[in-house]
Design a protein around this ligand. Structure first.
Ligand SMILES: *Cc1c(COP(=O)(O)O)cnc(C)c1O
Length: 400
């Protein structure tokens, strides 16, 4: 039995089968990961949107090492410099003039946003309902699967928490129709990730903002996947003319160390008060050090500019695939958050790409999702594109 088969066996026996993972990895560097058997892959998933600045970035590795040696954890009963600096930095990068709450994941950040909205709503007209979008994705806790407008992740978990209503993404009339006198917030992704890599339209974002202003609702953007430079801007919503009241960040904020954050504007900065929400690990010193280093790297190497430029490069390549093969129907996305719509099951294409040495993931049944590292070398991206082209030739039977 190979090492990889051995590990897969142990997974099978001891891991609850919530995932169906493929390759066994043991090393990574930049935009490449390596299987235990030594096979090299280009990782166009970045660990599902986590390693925006690349795997094992030396500046982040060093920050983590230095921090863990001096103060690994202290809880929020005490203060530490990293948390102060990171909160200040996130508020500055948002331009919203508010405050930050730290937690450990995307679901938790959204859970915090939901709780903040309810707390404010309870004091402002007894309102609690949150309108979310069909095909959205907000996490896997009970409240966040309910916020997620997709049946597949809710089925079997009933009864679900009350207080959520659904509207169609990019259809402002549908959002208006979902708002009642109990509505307190509208929550959405500027670019829907899991739901199929769907960017919001400018009209829609502006419409949601106007509706929130008119009805005194909180506009919440879930930036867990489209934030941290992924779309060529710090935050996905910065591609539009509007600002949300709250937004959530996680995935790539600390380049692989689990962390989540809720960022507010000034109006909602003091809705949470002492004791009203908490997290043991939230804003942990190691996570804060990693996040500060990650943000530093994005600034130092202009990875926002890189995301925009490489996004255009990859999009053009995917569009050329769509032109060449009838089985590829469309290409969409923003910056380095791209989706390729397939006629057949996307998972078959993802598997074939992996067999050919390029890791991608699905977003729904018919979309292959690309989330490469923003720091990926042009030559590596070109090589990955060439490898995918060869795979598609084999898969879709184009003669040489
Ligand atoms: C991944 C994701 C989440 C959930 O994040 P976890 O860290 O897995 O809890 C929430 N929202 C969006 C948009 C995501 O992509």
């Amino acid at each position: 039995m190979s090492k990889s088969e051995e590990i897969a066996e142990i997974y099978k026996q001891y891991m609850m089968p919530t995932y169906a993972p493929s390759v066994v990895l043991d090393k990574a560097k930049g935009s490449r990961v390596f299987g235990v058997d030594g096979t090299q892959y280009y990782d166009l998933t970045s660990g599902i949107g986590v390693h925006n600045i690349g795997h094992c970035h030396p500046e982040v590795v060093k920050a983590i090492q230095s921090q863990v040696e001096v103060l690994g954890h202290c809880s929020n009963l005490f203060m530490h410099e990293g948390q102060a600096l990171l909160a200040k930095k996130l508020v500055e990068l948002s331009g919203l003039g508010g405050k930050v709450f730290f937690c450990n994941s995307g679901a938790e950040a959204n859970e915090a946003a939901i709780k903040l909205a309810r707390k404010w709503g309870s004091a402002n007209g007894g309102r609690y309902e949150i309108v979310t979008m069909r095909n959205s994705f907000h996490g896997r806790t009970l409240a966040t699967i309910t916020a997620t407008g997709q049946d597949w992740c809710q089925q079997g978990y009933e009864p679900l928490p009350v207080g959520f209503a659904y509207a169609d993404f990019n259809d402002i009339e549908s959002v208006k129709a979902a708002v009642t006198d109990k509505t307190v917030a509208i929550m959405l992704e500027a670019v829907q990730g899991e739901g199929g890599v769907n960017p919001a339209t400018e009209e829609f974002m502006a419409g949601v903002r106007a509706l929130c202003d008119e009805k005194n609702l909180i506009m919440i953007c879930d930036e867990v996947q489209c934030g941290m430079g992924r779309t060529g801007k710090w935050w996905g919503w910065q591609n539009y003319s509007v600002q949300p009241d709250l937004f959530t960040v996680a995935k790539s904020i600390a380049d692989g160390i689990p962390m989540g954050a809720l960022v507010s504007n000034e109006k909602f900065a003091d809705v949470f008060t002492v004791g009203s929400h908490a997290s043991t690990f939230g804003g942990n010193p190691v996570a804060c050090a990693a996040a500060l280093a990650t943000i530093g790297v994005i600034e130092k190497y202009d990875l926002l500019g890189a995301a925009a430029k490489k996004g255009e490069m990859l999009k053009a390549a995917l569009e050329s695939f769509a032109e060449k093969y009838d089985q590829i129907l469309d290409v969409r996305g923003l910056g380095l958050m791209l989706g390729m719509v397939t006629e057949g099951p996307a998972k078959d294409v993802v598997q074939a790409f992996a067999d050919g040495g390029v890791l991608t993931c699905t977003a729904g049944e018919h979309v292959v999702r690309f989330l490469p590292t923003l720091s990926m070398k042009d030559s590596h991206l070109e090589e990955a594109v060439e490898m995918m082209g060869e795979t598609l030739d084999e898969l879709f039977g184009v003669a040489e």
